[in-house]
Design a protein around this ligand. Sequence first.
Ligand code: FAD
Length: 304
Amino acid sequence: MIETISKNVFLSISKSKMLNQAARKWGLRFGASHVVAGETIESAMAKVKELNEKGLVCTLDHLGEFVSSREEALEATQYNIRTLEAIHKAGVKSNLSVKLTQLGLDIDFDFCLDNMRQIVGTAKQYNNFVRIDMEDSARCQATLDLLRELRKTYDNVGTVIQAYLYRAEQDVKDLKGVSLRLVKGAYKEPPEVAYQEKAQIDENYMTIIQTHLLSGSYTAIATHDHHIIEKVKQFTKEHGIPKEQFEFQMLYGFRTDMQLQLAKEGYTMRIYVPFGNDWFGYFMRRLAERPQNVAFALKGFFGK
Ligand code: FAD
């Protein structure tokens, strides 16, 4: 009960325009630096190097979402291109994750598609890969439509499917052959479109993981849930699915011991490394997922 209330409170706060704008000026606060790798490309690059040295690969995410002006979306496009250039120049092991609402999806589909063509085209030039994060269900179809357009030209782009959505299994079948990150889902979605019970979400999560793996497609299993990870290890062993066909992903700052352990066992372990001054919404969603995280938020708050 208390958990549901705190989840809803943090999810609502995460969307507050006023707080998101204010937080850009505050700098990283409330313990956010535990889960956000600094505010600049340079600080993010230093973290990626550190993680690479420990045997972990990365995906960098320049924080920001729901932009409403073309100017902001163009600026974000250039920032993502500069991030790809920095990855190439530093020779670090990292690809890029992007959110379409940062690149103009809510303004105009074709404008966003043009921006994405520039980003994915740059990544292609550097032999790199771009993952389109999945946002709330209202944007799901547009995201998949945009991906389909991009894949007419580029093979170095994939997206994310969320197990809480009823449509997830069909989407995974339709995206056979495309590199997918599979997650449980982070947004608050109504019962009309999404499972509400953890048990049902977990069950559907395993279903879509197995479907994508068995179709021979590259699968990124992004979870901190050790039960799911153990099931995936067992399933891939039983079905002779090679370690090159899948990877585990976790967020920067979460379950670091387990990240290192999986890498030691020979699995590809990719860390999602968010950075930038637009950290507030991301940080609030992480608090919503796991109320225990509030402990370090409070520590950060009182420690300032
Ligand atoms: P949960 O269901 O939150 O936890 C299951 C169990 O795992 C817990 O009960 C606990 O026993 C254990 N556990 C979990 N976390 C911890 C911890 N920190 N320490 C100790 N034990 C723990 N969502 C989207 O909607 N779109 C995206 O594009 C997207 N991208 C993502 C990328 C990555 C790399 C990751 C890791 C997640 C992403 N998510 C995304 C978020 C995802 O949808 C989930 O909301 C989030 O991962 C929480 O679910 P979970 O699978 O980690 O496990």
